[in-house]
Ligand binder design. Structure first.
Ligand code: C2O
Length: 599
């Protein structure tokens, strides 16, 4: 085995000491360390019991107060480090508040490859009166249909609604243009956190991802329904997780339809199969292999992620740095679909390939309905931790949207957790990926082979203290494990995770790199259907105001199932392979470690 491992093109990096690399309180690492408690005595219960005093805090806490507290907590985080990633009993009430529209600024859109930059006005019309959202009473639950299954009658209604939306004057907050700008504003730095003028609001790369987009779609749908006088109207979902949905749905590709968008990759028109592992290049897989790959991606991202933070993404509170870490589906395949649809010939990969323009493609909303549907499905899968957060900072996070009457409405995350409260659910279709569990590439490699390989690599080319790593080629890193041979109950209580900390890259760069575990074969590429494929990191180009400030985020990948499948639960170390696929040489990684998630 060892020959390919030791080729000069694949350096093996062994952290000099797990303690040192895990707990250095580097400033750049504070985002993951801050506000963690010193001792691990917290439980969900303790956090939710604080709900009432949190509300009190909320009422009288000025931003100054919160700043002081933050500094203290930052200090603590540095001292104690993160023993794991659970919620924090010291956190004061700090939900992300709905932005102040009067402070909204133009968004900047850049491309570091071409050096171009434009300023885009994405701010919504201003309004002084804000209504607090109350879910309306719905007489029946409406089912959003799969886009490839809709009938002519439905299509006629949908087309009419989109036509009317596109015909609204540009300054109507319900117009197609203003609705597209909603995404741009919340994703490209138009807003600051209330009370934190230097902290731009970003609703991706964190636990805000699912609820923000759910509300966005909800109001979009209500507006469409209003325009055609049908309060029961529902939008379709792009069923890309099932073979018949793995092409752009027909209703979106007619150039004369208001559902069409010309800024899409021309090579990806039907019957071209969607690639849920897309990294900017064509894979040339047979239809059958592409389906298998896609279903394996779905299985991994849905089934192996078993806790709220792994699924939804990292906690993100008022005053926090943006982009603490994506959840499973946001990272993959959500990004892949955006990148695959967007037109690479456009200066900023418009429309779907950049956050600022994504909402200009009607297909965006069908894509996100499927993402939203996966939230419902994830919670219905077996597993006692497949629930939403109970943290009130998440539940009380709020956003602003214009409703179907052009009133400005403030919503809270807690009001969208059950889609049926919002009057809708999804048409039931097959979920084929539940049967697509990845399998080991090398069946029969028993436990201990990982250690044996690690021992062998120790004597060969070893780069010490190599972090941060610049990912310009395939890299192998040995990562020590702190707990071995855990019992079933221990594994249920705590998920063993691989954490890549301080992944840094320009925000406007498209990125994908893959992470494999104990996979030392460089000859044949590892595919999503292999158990060794732990996951990927992806970025959709987007900007905040200052292009010099890079994206600085973390990637947390669950390991428990993978270690079991590869039969390496007794090993002292795992060997992590990082393979840059898109954005080669532009990404750096601050540290890699094993941790345990308890949420
Ligand atoms: Cu807000 Cu799919 O992005």
């Amino acid at each position: 085995m060892g020959s390919t491992v030791n080729s000069p093109s694949t350096p093996i990096i062994i952290p000099s000491s797990p303690l040192q690399t895990s707990f250095i309180p580097k400033t750049s690492q504070l985002s993951i360390f801050k506000k963690k408690k010193p001792f691990n005595f917290a439980s969900k219960k303790l956090v939710s019991c604080k709900a009432s005093d949190r509300n009190q805090n909320n009422a009288d806490s000025s931003s100054l107060n919160r700043f002081d507290r933050r500094d203290i907590l930052l200090g603590l985080g540095g001292l104690y480090g993160a023993t794991n990633l659970v919620s924090d009993p010291f956190a004061s009430a700090a939900p992300i508040a709905a932005p102040d529209l009067s402070l909204c600024e133009n968004s900047t859109v850049t491309s570091s490859s071409s050096g171009t930059s434009i300023s885009v006005p994405c701010c919504p019309p201003k309004a002084t009166n804000i209504i607090d959202f109350k879910p309306p009473r719905f007489s029946n639950i409406r089912l959003r249909p799969a886009a490839h299954l809709v009938d002519a009658n439905y299509l006629e209604k949908f087309t009419k609604a989109m036509e009317l939306m596109k015909a609204l004057p540009d300054d109507d907050p319900r117009s197609f243009k203003q609705q597209a700008n909603v995404h741009c504003a919340y994703c490209n730095g138009a807003y600051d956190h209330v009370g934190f003028p230097d902290q731009q609001l970003q609703i991706h790369f964190s636990w805000l991802f699912f609820p923000f987009h759910r509300f966005y779609l909800y109001f979009y749908e209500r507006i469409l329904g209003k325009l055609i006088g049908d309060p029961n109207f529902v939008m379709p979902f792009w069923n890309w997780d099932s073979p018949p949905g793995m092409v752009i749905p027909d209703i979106y590709v007619d150039p004369t339809s208001p559902l069409y968008d010309e800024k899409r990759n021309v090579d990806h028109q039907p019957p071209k199969m969607l690639d849920l592992d897309y990294a900017g290049t064509e894979e040339l897989l047979s239809k059958r292999d592409q389906i298998k790959s896609n279903l394996s991606v779905m299985y991994r991202q849905m089934v192996t992620y078993k806790t709220p933070s792994l699924f939804h993404g990292a906690a993100y509170r008022a005053g926090d740095n943006p982009s603490p870490g994506m959840g499973s589906v946001e990272n993959n395949p959500h990004t892949a679909v955006h990148r695959w649809v967007g037109d690479k010939r456009e200066p900023f990969s418009e429309d779907m390939g950049n956050f600022y323009s994504a909402g200009r493609d009607p297909l965006f909303y069908a894509h996100h309905c499927n993402v939203d549907r996966l939230w419902n499905i994830w919670k219905s899968l077996p597993g006692k931790k497949r629930t939403d957060f109970t943290d009130t900072d998440w539940l009380d996070s709020s956003f602003l949207f214009y409703d179907d009457n052009a009133n400005l409405v403030r919503v809270k995350v807690r009001d969208c957790l059950n889609s049926r409260t919002l009057g809708y659910d999804y048409q039931k279709v097959n979920i084929p990926w539940l049967k697509n569990k990845p399998t080991p590439r090398r069946p029969g490699r028993g436990s201990g082979s990982g250690s044996a390989m690690a021992a062998e690599t120790n004597t060969k080319t070893v780069i010490r203290n190599a972090f941060p790593i610049v990912l310009d080629k395939l890299v192998r890193i040995e990562v020590p494990r702190t707990k071995k041979s855990r019992t079933k109950v221990e594994k249920e209580n705590e998920e063993e995770v691989l954490v890549l900390q301080n992944i840094r890259v320009d925000r406007d760069v498209a990125v994908k790199f893959d992470v494999y575990i104990n996979d030392e074969d460089d000859e044949t590429p590892t595919e999503p259907e292999d158990s060794e494929f732990a996951g990927s990191f992806t970025n959709i180009p987007h900007n905040h105001h200052n292009p010099a400030v890079k994206l600085d985020t973390n990637l947390t990948l669950p390991l428990s199932d993978l270690l079991e499948d590869l039969d390496i639960e007794r090993d002292d170390n795992i060997v992590v392979t990082l393979v840059p696929k898109e954005g080669k040489g532009l990404v750096s990684i601050g540290n890699i470690k094993i941790d345990f998630v308890r949420d």
